[in-house]
Design a protein around this ligand. Structure first.
Ligand SMILES: [Cu+2]
Length: 162
């Protein structure tokens, strides 16, 4: 159902934009669904271990996300095969997974994704915004399906982090 939705937009959106005439679309280019790359000092720092058991392990655990908070993820591939840590909403991850199936050897340089070989570590800082559901996913073919994902809503409002 989500995919149909996506195809609808791919096919019809260009004509809708033209129909909108003078309406400005300056924000459409590099916009991400669940926030933007984070800058400055993060509110939280979380280690992510990627494992061949097709699981992400967060240390400390990641049980909530608040609108406006910035998290620095320190991501390590503790397995022996390639893994990926990608931040998006469900539709982003469906699109990303399809692209990966078509081009399995493609290297991702997107600011919301790190792709790591065995033993590698990378930092990814992200500011979470909006009220969408965040899907952390490994889109190496077969991995997401095997459970390599973590799903959390962004909650609006202030309060304690962690
Ligand atoms: Cu993986």
């Amino acid at each position: 159902m989500k995919l149909k939705h996506y195809l609808f937009f791919m096919i019809y959106l260009p004509s809708l934009v033209i129909a909108a005439g003078t309406h400005e679309h300056s924000h459409d280019g590099d916009k991400f669904s669940v926030g933007e790359p984070g800058t400055g000092s993060p509110d939280r720092r979380i280690k992510v271990s990627m494992r061949d058991t097709m699981r992400f392990a967060f240390e400390p655990q990641l049980n909530n996300l608040r609108h406006g908070e910035t998290i620095e993820f320190v991501v390590t591939n503790d397995g022996v095969i390639q893994h990926e840590f990608s931040i998006g909403n469900a539709e982003d991850q469906i699109k990303h997974a399809e692209m990966m199936r078509k081009m399995p050897d493609m290297k991702h340089e997107d600011p919301n994704t790190v792709s790591l070989a065995a033993g590698e570590t990378a930092r990814l800082q992200w500011k979470f915004m909006g009220d969408d559901t965040v899907v952390f996913a490994c889109n190496i073919p077969g991995h997401f399906e095997a459970g390599m994902k973590h799903v959390l809503p962004i909650t609006i409002g202030s309060g304690n982090y962690g």
